[in-house]
Design a binder for this molecule. Sequence first.
Ligand code: GLA
Length: 736
Amino acid sequence: MPVVFDSEKRVFKLDTPSSSYAMKISPTGYLLHLYYGAYVPDTDLDYLRMRQRNAAFSACVASAEEGGLSLDTAQLEYPVNGSGDFRSVALSVRGANGSSVTDIRYRSHRIYPGKPKLEGLPATYTNDDSEAETLEIVCVDELTGAEITLIYAAFSKLDVITRSVRIANTSDKPFSIERVHSAAVDFTEMDFDMLHLQGRWAKERTLVTRHLEFGLQGIHSRRGSSSHNNNPFIALARDGYTEESGEVFGFSFVYSGNFAAEVEVDCMRSTRVLMGTDPVDFAWKLEPGESFQAPEVVMVYSDHGVGGMSRTYHKLYRFNLCRGEWKTKKRPIIVNNWEATYFNFDSEKLVAIAKDAADLGIEMLVMDDGWFGKRNNDKSSLGDWYVNEDKLKGGLAELVRRVNALGVKFGIWFEPEMISPDSDLYRAHPDWCLHTEGRERSIGRNQYVLDMSRKDVRDNIFDQMYKILSSANIEYVKWDFNRNLTEVGSELLPPDRQSEVAHRYMLGVYELLERLLAAFPHLLLEGCSGGGGRFDAGMLYYSPQIWTSDDTDAIERLEIQYGTSIVYPPSAMSAHVSACPNHQTKRTSPFKTRGDVAMAGAFGYELDLTKLNDDERGLVRRQVADYHRYYDVIQNGDYYRLINPTESKGDMTSAAAWESVSSDKREVLLTYVVIRTQPSMSRYIRLRGLDPALTYTDTESGRSYSGALLMNAGLNLTGFWRDGESRVWHFTAERK
Ligand code: GLA
């Protein structure tokens, strides 16, 4: 039973295979957090709640029954504003009397198998009820009538506890939610590193770590999307952890809009983690009878270091977040024409690429930006989703028919949330973009952002997309999003609801995605936002793969994919071989290396196949064969990061290495890439996750090693390596 309630001690305990999480109802109904960490069998955890007060300055709860409980220093399950807890809080409700003092107490709870859907939002789910158990705790703020339901699901086979919060107005007056985090956890110590994924356009998700200090630290996005800059994820790793050992607590937000992860260390050396929608410029008015659902936070516990945490996220996100037939179906090898042609293409050019694709075994052609309206550069036509027949002579259906006739599938690019000022749509509806009356409209990549909180806007875009997608055999859509949100206002909402727009925008996008998938259930959707600017768990609910970065340089991708793999599985990371000199960095790296690096994700090409020489064509054939040969171990295996490309050891060849191990441990794929070579240097690489007792054979050389030898002594890489050179080893151990 993952969730138990000890009614005598009034303790809730949630257990996963290796972790426990506990809280207690105090005599007058405060929810006190007791524990989150390695599995413990006890429920008699009351002694943990005794906390030192901050001398006379700590206010205490008035009721004598609470024995001088001070919210200033207590470990609180869901901290609120204004009643004596001076740390950052999870919830603040402004009532009809104008005050934001909030006070919530336990009212009731229920425990049930499975996991509920979250109205209008992406969330993890169970494939059958035995995979998780849910605890809902209802707390009430008597004065405002706010009813707060804390929702927890404990997974039975993974060390995962999910959190979310629903707030209902049960009174006869409106109130306003001014801050609502989806999860709060109080830890009794501060001896942790905080890990997060930092970046910018074309350099997304670099893993950074820092030790916790007293005071506030954290990350956020106020860009209207999860952003290139800070991924909606943090982890606390207890001192002494490594990549494969020690305790790590992960927090990942299943949301694609503004978010905040706040970590505060107080004078008692205790640490509070909060994660939810960013409180800045956020407020939500609830009329009597209305309710608000906050997005989900996925907490992962690992006692096998950062790698253990990643493997849990990978499994959960692959099987309990991604949906539809493409969640496990083998993805097609794609060739995308963006870096091949940019805006300069026509049907003949696309068919020529498709011919080569067919010859080389590449399975799908994706027609990127530039096929619609009058779009010959990025200055016009977003919103005008009708075919430019000057480019696609004979129309889209005819082009798709010709590509399909070659045995190649067809995919298409859209940027549904955007509108160019130079478009028929904007000329007809200048009020349809996000804007604030009386303020200038900021422009980004020559475009404005459509007000996706409006149903009429969504209907229009859906109808246009529907027409295109049902006009031909289109099996894939790349859904792009290429600027941040500014002047976030909506013409249809009253002044006291303008702070709801950023979240309503996201709800609108999710609704449109859902509608599209309902209309085209076989569609493979690929997320994109100028590369990986919206690479988050929210989008993975709709699109099982996301374009990882606009930087296709193999060496840069080592860091980007390393950081991305901290949370997201290889199946989610779209990765393509592109031409050299690379368009983003001007670097030239070997064609083989480009393939070996892209092979670690959802594989494809981003170049003009018609321009490849014979050697390169040979390498493409080899890569296509490798893709099919290694697909299972890469996509379904366990992922191990062996060498971090970001950690530069000055006296050593800088490199990257990663490994996939099949679940029965009988197949292993290891990739090693040299970034900057050095003379007279030896290097050994020790494998991980193998069975020490099995004998593994290198399928190329035929040499055999015990698993123990590969994990403890490792492979000897001494020899001459060039900058950018890569090598792949494939081992198998006989299957019974
Ligand atoms: C974004 C995407 C690219 C490409 C262009 C098209 O930058 O990340 O892959 O689709 O838009 O304009």
